[in-house]
Design a protein around this ligand. Structure first.
Ligand SMILES: [Zn+2]
Length: 70
């Protein structure tokens, strides 16, 4: 998570520096984002939706507790 944020910051820095140093007329930066069929737009690149992951983990934990009770 932190790695993603810092790499985004590094990217922004790189773009800024490129514009300052090379005077490129314009620079297109494709914003990385993911779409989850359940949660919709997610900022950043996600192989798996973190919200769905959380839900899955919660379900697994509940399932485990349930199994332990019986
Ligand atoms: Zn999701």
């Amino acid at each position: 998570m932190n790695e993603r944020i810092s790499s985004t910051a590094a990217c922004t820095q790189l773009v800024k520096r490129s514009l300052e140093n090379f005077r490129i007329p314009y620079l297109t930066v494709t914003p990385t984002f993911s779409i989850c069929p359940v949660h919709g737009y997610l900022s950043g690149e996600h192989e798996f939706c973190p919200k769905c992951d959380d839900a899955l983990i919660q379900r697994k934990l509940k399932g485990k507790n349930h199994a332990e009770i019986h």
